[in-house]
Design a protein around this ligand. Structure first.
Ligand code: AP5
Length: 219
């Protein structure tokens, strides 16, 4: 299955992607995580990405598209992938279509997570990530680790993302509305979009997501 997961910051894309990719046995390709890995490795791309991510704006299309194209050529994506955080504007959506065409493959579906703005603000404020693996995501109220500040899965230290400040989150939400929301229409015209509510417990949202993907696969 080749899936794009879309939704505002804090909708639960990373949380759901970690579960869905385990169920579907496909890799989780998150552009945010790829940038964060570059930041912790101190690469040139990481330095560029950090300076932009901390403002809440988008990293330039050119470097982002090249990074995704490179990632999609790894052998683990042969039987599918879940894209989280990409594409994020129409230019990236068009570029993804071109990349997939070049590889002789196509998307199977786009899962759109819908959640009210007041909910995402609370989710982001309480989010904590593992320093060893940013796909291990916690929340100070909704998903507490067994020991405070320590990742249940690998014992890594939990930290708060530097772009999770109130001011940056406001910019990220604006960027989502102006730049990313139009891609939902772009994919709707291709008959690819299923919208589900991302409210409720993490388990409830996962059940909804799996049901939507199954329905999509049977269409
Ligand atoms: P990215 O890392 O992609 O961030 P985002 O899209 O803003 O999304 P988030 O990671 O904030 O939220 P999420 O939906 O994954 O929520 P999560 O599961 O963590 O991008 C960061 C930056 O990188 C961008 O601003 C940009 O600068 C750059 N970038 C990335 N991709 C780019 C691209 N393609 N082009 C250009 N620039 C790009 O959940 C949030 C919290 O809620 C967690 O604490 C979780 O435990 C909790 N939670 C989840 N589900 C529930 C639930 N059902 N109930 C209660 N709590 C829940």
């Amino acid at each position: 299955m080749r899936i794009v997961l879309v939704g505002p910051p804090g909708a639960g894309k990373g949380t759901q992607a970690e579960r869905l990719t385990k169920t579907l046995s496909i890799p989780h390709v998150s552009t945010g995580d790829l940038f964060r890995a570059n930041i912790s490795q101190g690469t040139e791309l990481g330095r560029l990405a950090k300076s932009i991510m901390d403002t809440g704006k988008l990293v330039p299309d050119e470097v982002t598209i090249a990074m995704v194209k490179d990632r999609l050529q790894h052998a683990d994506t042969e039987n599918g992938f879940l894209l989280d955080g990409f594409p994020r504007n129409t230019a990236q959506a068009v570029a993804l279509d071109e990349i997939l065409k070049e590889f002789g493959i196509a998307l199977d579906g786009v899962l759109d997570l819908e959640v009210p703005e007041e909910e995402v603000v609370g989710r982001i404020a309480g989010r904590r990530l593992c320093r060893n693996d940013s796909q291990h995501i916690y929340h100070v109220i909704y998903k507490q680790p067994a020991a405070e500040g320590v990742c249940d899965e690998c014992g890594g230290e939990l930290y708060q993302r530097s772009d999770d400040s109130e001011e940056t989150v406001r910019t990220r939400l604006e960027v989502y509305h102006t730049e990313t929301e139009p891609i939902i229409d772009y994919y709707r015209k291709q008959g690819l979009v299923t919208t589900i509510s991302a409210l409720g417990t993490v388990d409830e949202v996962t059940e909804r997501a799996i049901a939507a993907l199954r329905e999509n696969a049977n269409d």
